[in-house]
Structures are given as C-alpha cells and as structure tokens.
Design a protein. Structure first.
Length: 293
C-alpha cells in the first residue's frame, strides 16, 4: 500500500529532489566537460568549445602523456606510494585500535589522551622537516610514507569498531586455548573487513591526491609521484617539452598543452573511479562505525 504524504511532505520531497539534482549536476557537468575536452582537437576546443562530433576528436593528448617518461614514471610512483601508504596505515590503525579497545591494556586512557592531543597540536613544518632530515629519509620513499602513517582519526575508528566485536567470541576462543594473536587473526580480523577496506580507501585516496610531502622531501625528479607532475602542468602551466616534441613551433606547443592538461586529469582520476565500485559495499558499512545504535 503506497504511503500517503501530506502537502508539506510533498513539497519537502520535491525540494530534496531538486537539491540532489543540482548537487549531481555540480559534480557531473565539470567531469563531463573535462572528459570530452580531453578527446577534442585543440583548435576546435579553443575556437568553438565542446563538440560531440567524433570527427572533431583526437587522441593526441593521451598519446603524448602515455609516451612521456615523466608521466608514466609518476603514475607508477603514485601507485606504489598510495598502495604502500594504505597498507602501513591500515596495519598501524587496526593494531593500535585493537589494543586500545581491550580493557586489559593498562594506561590506555593516557595513551588515548596523548593521541588526541596530536589532533589539535602539531610541531609544524620546520620541526617535521628537520626530523625527517635527521632520520636520513630526505629523497627516499620513506619520507612520503612514514610521517603521515599514524592517523589518530583512523585509530579512533578502529578502536570504536573493535569495541563492537562480541566479547563472548574472544572468551570462547580463550577457553579453547587460543592465543591473543590467534584470536585476532582467526576471529577478529575476518569480522573487520568493512573497517579495513574503508581505512584502506581513505588512506589510498588521501595519498593519491597528495603532492605537498613529495614536493618538500623529494628532490629527485625520478621519485616524484603523478600529482607533482600534474601540478606542474595545471598550476605552474609547465608542459614538458618532451610531450610535444622539440621540433614543433611554439604555437603548436600552446595548442596541444590544453588537451594534455585535460587528458592528465582524466588519467590521474581513473584509479579512484575504478576502485570505488569494489569498495562500495564495505564503504557503506564502514562509514557507520561509531554511529548510535
């Protein structure tokens, strides 16, 4: 039997539908523009704007990017950095969260207080840089991975999740003689897929979109991630001449630089777009961690 709505309810539903439609358009329209512009002939794009006529399209932008060593190397570096950072962050978060969720850990309130203080107070960029330099991590992959690996918010999420795991399961395993590590590996970890995948997604996306740490700590261009290469193209407006060819005139360089920018944005966004459908079911469960029951 269909639900009968009052006039006010119908007005609210219409208003919500309009707001959601506008929100979708705000996201989809710029994305559609960038995707179409990345395939267009630069002269047509600059003179007439977007065109859905296939004869006005070209793959020159993607060809220049995929054959450019800096972009290919940057893409590979970004994948390695993001995957390694996600793995380290998840390991640290679930181990710390599991320990802090256990009532037998002495001093857990004090440890949690120390963690919370770091959410509001930090040493700043200069002390952090000096510490990284003193540890000999400048111009190494560890300068990108380790400083941000311990995320207090992720630890709090993990702790909240593990507190919801039924204590009876662990007690039954204890009675059967299982060790703490065996309980964690065989019982707790299989139940923790939602929080693990959500933390991994958060960490991967955060590192994938990050360029500041690499810009500060990495001087070697061969270690630069895709985001730093993309930054030089989009913000500094510097397209690597190798993408276009030294033999081309300046006008041709300016003509091709526009679609190279759009194509670079599309390529840098592809991994996240491909990943999300596989993580979606876990993401919907994991984001509810800590909500009221």
């Amino acid at each position: 039997m269909p639900i009968k709505h009052s006039r006010l309810d119908r007005y609210l539903l219409v208003l919500i539908a309009v707001c959601l439609t506008l929100a979708v358009l705000v996201v989809v329209v710029p994305l559609l523009y960038i995707v179409v512009a990345s395939f267009m002939d630069p002269s047509v794009l600059l003179s007439r704007g977007l065109s859905f006529n296939v004869s006005d399209w070209t793959l020159d932008g993607y060809e220049k990017i995929l054959t450019n060593p800096a972009m290919v190397r940057g893409f590979g570096n970004a994948v390695v950095y993001s995957a390694a950072f996600a793995a380290i962050t998840v390991l640290v978060s679930i181990f710390a969260g599991y320990a802090l969720a256990d009532g037998r850990l002495k001093g857990r309130r004090f440890i949690m207080t120390l963690f919370l203080i770091t959410l509001f107070f930090g040493g700043g960029l200069v002390p952090t840089y000096l510490l990284v330099k003193k540890l000999g991590m400048i111009d190494t992959i560890w300068a990108v991975l380790l400083p941000g690996a311990v995320n207090v918010w992720n630890i709090i999420l993990s702790r909240t999740f593990f507190k919801g795991v039924p204590h009876e399961l662990k007690e039954a395993a204890n009675v059967d003689g299982a060790s703490e590590m065996k309980i964690f590996a065989r019982i707790v970890l299989p139940l923790s897929k939602p929080i693990i995948f959500v933390l991994a997604l958060y960490a991967f996306v955060g590192q994938w979109n990050s360029y500041f740490d690499a810009m500060i700590y990495l001087d070697n261009a061969k270690l630069h991630p895709l985001q730093l290469v993309l930054r030089s193209i989009l913000i500094q407006n510097q397209v690597d001449p190798g993408m276009i060819g030294d033999q081309l005139a300046m006008a041709e360089m300016k003509r091709l630089s526009e679609i190279i920018k759009y194509a670079a944005i599309v390529i840098s966004s592809l991994p996240l777009i491909v990943m999300y459908p596989f993580f979606q079911k876990y993401f919907e469960k994991g984001v509810l961690v800590g909500s009221l029951k």
